[in-house]
Write a protein that binds this ligand. Structure first.
Ligand code: TYD
Ligand code: MG
Length: 468
């Protein structure tokens, strides 16, 4: 009998080391390395699938693609993120913090698809049948023809699926609970999760079913254990949100069959998740219009404009090294905007504590938010509230210039639709013509800074000499 081998595998990033160590060299995490029995190498494929040197069939690039049809889930915001529905024969990983609503979303999607005649199988490894039923009743979908099973063994699940004659959509909740007979390591370890995901992906390709795998995310935002699973599946969606807000954002981070920059917005209510068709209205709902340090950014999420409030608080720092706290934006981008304000516009802001928050728990990655951030910072520094009916967007360059950004027409139209009257933007060669909104285009950040600062009273922070 072959001696079973063991490897030391980091449960965070999946890297393999020769011996145990306290800290993973690859990802830097502590205490994540675990000894796993790996009978035939890490992530060994099933023995049955071993090719016996038989040649594969070569086919032309063009041809029939029976699997390429999409299965619309019937939930518009979900379909927007997947690019029009789940693709047959593909595997989709849905990640998110525990308790964020992954099971709720997928049960609703399963029910909606079953209602439209799809054959849906929901396999729960975390909850008992009764618990899933209680949830379905609460969501008002208990009458839908969704087949349930509570099972965690991959071989049993595959046999169940074969026995049921395949399905259109299979939901596995969650990938961390799966285990397979083919490897000896404990359930939840990297090897188990990877091998199980591989088996499920292979089943999807073979049977033409769309398979959704639910994955938990660790505190630092990675799918727990198997980052490697992300490479195996066709699409990775993250379900995010923060516990103090009711709304949740579904974001595509990988999609082999569509764009990845779309978001879907939901609101968690008593009876499940509701789609939010107009996220801007939701994000601006509780805005404090008269306060200084608040600017509305007209951003884009994929193809959709989203307006969101950016809040800044600039306060004199008692510390030698001033504090910077950023929620929802890139902190190095904040440092850049602060440096440009300081160096190019003569605003002495760097010695203050700076807090920046994107309201509503949205995460912004667009450089177009620079101008809104700068406006919020200056507004807070000089204690001058910005006009409540103005939006800001534009990218700031290191030279202190303001650059125009893409989709400015869409942003302006969305702002006008929500009742905004003014827009502060970068200077484009060709201005967008919109009648409903007054556009102030700036080519230099200095001009915008002076405009905001003259409205305010001198703040406690030091001001440039020319304004004193
Ligand atoms: P769940 O889908 O179980 O989260 P996950 O699968 O991501 O771990 O969601 C659980 C949370 O959702 C729980 O905190 C309660 C809330 N919830 C509602 O507010 N309304 C509902 O109708 C349901 C079913 C859940
Ligand atoms: Mg769950």
């Amino acid at each position: 009998m072959a001696r079973s081998r063991s490897s030391f595998i980091c449960q965070n990033c999946g890297s393999v080391t020769a011996r145990w160590q306290g800290r993973c060299d690859s990802c830097g995490e502590w205490n994540t390395i675990v000894e796993e029995l790996t009978d035939s190498g890490v992530g060994a494929g099933p023995k049955a699938a071993r090719a016996a040197g038989k040649p594969a069939q070569l086919v032309p690039l063009s041809g029939e693609t029976p699997n390429a049809q999409r299965l619309a889930s019937g939930i518009g915001e979900l379909d927007r993120v997947t690019g029009g529905g789940f693709v047959r024969g593909s595997a989709i990983l849905v990640g998110g913090d525990p308790g964020i609503g992954k099971s709720t979303l997928l049960l609703q999607a399963a029910a909606e698809m079953a209602r439209h005649g799809g054959k849906v199988i929901y396999i729960s490894g975390e909850e008992a049948i009764a618990q899933v039923r209680i949830r379905a009743e609460r969501l008002g979908v208990a009458d839908c023809d969704v087949k349930l099973a509570s099972e965690t063994n991959v071989e049993t699940i595959l046999a169940t699926l074969e026995d049921a004659g395949g399905a259109d959509l299979v939901i596995i909740d969650s990938i961390q609970t799966l285990w397979t007979d083919r490897v000896d390591s404990a359930p939840g370890t990297v090897t188990q999760v990877r091998t199980s995901a591989q088996a499920m992906t292979r089943f999807a390709k073979k049977s033409g079913a769309a398979i959704v795998l639910v994955g938990h995310v660790t505190k630092d935002g990675q799918i727990a254990g198997p980052r490697v699973v992300e490479h195996m599946v066709d699409a990775v969606l993250y379900f995010e949100g923060d516990a103090s807000h009711t709304f949740r954002i579904l974001r595509g981070v990988k999609n082999r069959y569509g764009a990845t920059d779309e978001i879907g917005v939901f609101e968690m209510q008593q009876d499940g998740l509701c789609e939010v068709a107009n996220p801007s209205a939701l994000f601006l709902d509780q805005r404090d219009k008269g306060a200084s340090g608040s600017a509305v950014f007209a951003g884009m999420e994929g193809t959709r404009p989203v307006l969101v409030e950016i809040q800044a608080l600039v306060s004199p720092s008692p510390l030698g090294t001033p504090r910077r706290a950023v929620v929802g934006w890139d902190s190095s981008r904040l440092s850049m905007v602060v440096a440009v304000l300081e160096t190019r516009c003569g605003v002495r802001i760097g010695a203050n504590d700076i807090y920046l928050n994107v309201a509503g728990g949205l995460k912004i990655s667009e450089p177009a938010a620079d101008l809104a951030v700068a406006a919020a910072l200056i507004s807070s520094l000089t204690d001058s509230p910005l006009p409540p009916d103005a939006v800001y967007f534009g990218e700031i360059s290191l030279s202190g210039g303001v650059r125009p950004v893409v989709h400015s027409g869409l942003r302006l139209r969305e702002a006008a639709k929500l009742g905004f009257a003014e827009a502060f933007t970068g200077q484009a060669g060709k201005q967008e013509k919109t009648t409903d909104i007054e556009q102030h285009a700036y080519s230099s950040l200095m001009d915008l800074v002076s405009r905001i600062a003259v409205r305010g009273k001198p703040a406690s922070a030091p001001m440039p000499e020319e304004w004193a």
